[in-house]
Write a protein that binds this ligand. Structure first.
Ligand SMILES: [Zn+2]
Length: 308
């Protein structure tokens, strides 16, 4: 009898191992976190310490999250291992400590991008695939001479560059012509730094939409981009427009996703922990990949179709 019982043990061991190894069941209707970082430095309401950023990356990776850009998320244009969950890391305002170069033009280890690059080296399943929203009229990472090589490096790493207007105004307080100028000039400068690059994501400054929020999705601007410059016409049709707060976003595969009003989660203590814990306690709410590639709608039809 004892022998008979023992003979089951290896089978049980194999069974429980396969349970442990089996990926969580796919849930393509689950929610996705679009995180937003601003400054890096001493931990504060709008600032994340680099040590906490390191632990964010580590916690996300070990909990089965895998980074995708906002563009990839909104079009469901990603293929992640079965059982993992997409997460979007966005970075607003081109703050200095997001990306620094040394005087010699190398990535300075003391910045968020360098920390992520180092993390990705040790964890190739968590590559530097983020979305960086910049305001070319104010400051793009603080070192004017290095704006172009920094943007080029981000694109090369697989990250995305998004428009955040020219100089970060309150769009809900501006007349339509000024809104067009703010978005158009921001777009124009990104085009100048990255000729031919297709900008498809836009972040509303302060999360405030214009009264006619269609302007943030698709419009155009004609004007002189500088003193004595010849007038230019800039057109945009964005596929994803993000707000500032305040919770997880729907699955990109659900009908009626409001791609022109996507919520984000601000990363600071204790907000990040709150949402990580929320998905630990409510695993059924979390998007879980089935390992397949799904691409339901091309840009910018996604945002234009769900503007209202
Ligand atoms: Zn901003």
């Amino acid at each position: 009898m004892l022998l008979r019982r023992l003979s089951w043990l290896p089978l049980l061991a194999v069974f429980s191992w396969s349970l442990a190894a089996a990926p969580p069941r796919a849930n393509l209707r689950g929610e996705v976190m679009i995180l937003v970082y601003h400054n890096f430095g001493p931990e504060a309401r709008w600032s994340r310490s680099l040590a906490n950023f390191d632990s964010d990356l580590s916690r996300l990776e070990s909990a089965g999250y895998r980074p995708v850009t906002l563009r990839q998320y909104v079009t469901a244009d990603f293929q992640l291992p079965a059982g993992t969950t997409p997460v979007v890391l966005t970075f607003d305002d081109g703050s200095r400590n997001q990306m620094k170069f040394t005087a010699g033009g190398q990535l300075d280890p003391d910045c968020a991008v360098a920390h992520w690059v180092a993390f990705a080296k040790a964890h190739p399943d968590f590559p530097v695939h983020g979305t960086f929203f910049v305001n070319p009229g104010t400051d793009v990472f603080g070192q004017r001479a290095f704006i172009k090589p920094k943007l080029e490096m981000l694109v090369k790493l697989g990250s995305e560059i998004g428009n955040h207007t020219y100089d970060h105004p309150h769009l809900n307080a501006l007349p339509p012509a000024e809104i067009d100028r703010e978005i158009g000039l921001g777009q124009y400068d990104i085009d100048r730094y990255l000729p031919g690059y297709d900008v498809t994501s836009f972040a509303l400054p302060f999360g405030q939409a214009p009264h006619d929020d269609a302007l943030a999705v698709a419009s155009s601007w004609t004007g002189a981009p500088g003193r004595n410059a010849a007038p230019v016409t800039v057109r945009w049709r964005y596929g994803a427009v993000v707000l500032v707060g305040s919770g997880p976003a729907p699955s990109p595969l659900v009908e009626g996703l409001k791609a022109a009003h996507l919520p984000r989660i601000q990363v600071f203590t204790p907000e990040f922990d709150k949402w990580m814990t929320y998905f630990e306690r409510n695993p059924a709410r979390r998007f879980i990949s089935d390992g397949e590639h799904h691409a339901p709608l091309s840009l910018p039809a996604r945002a234009l179709a769900s503007r209202r």
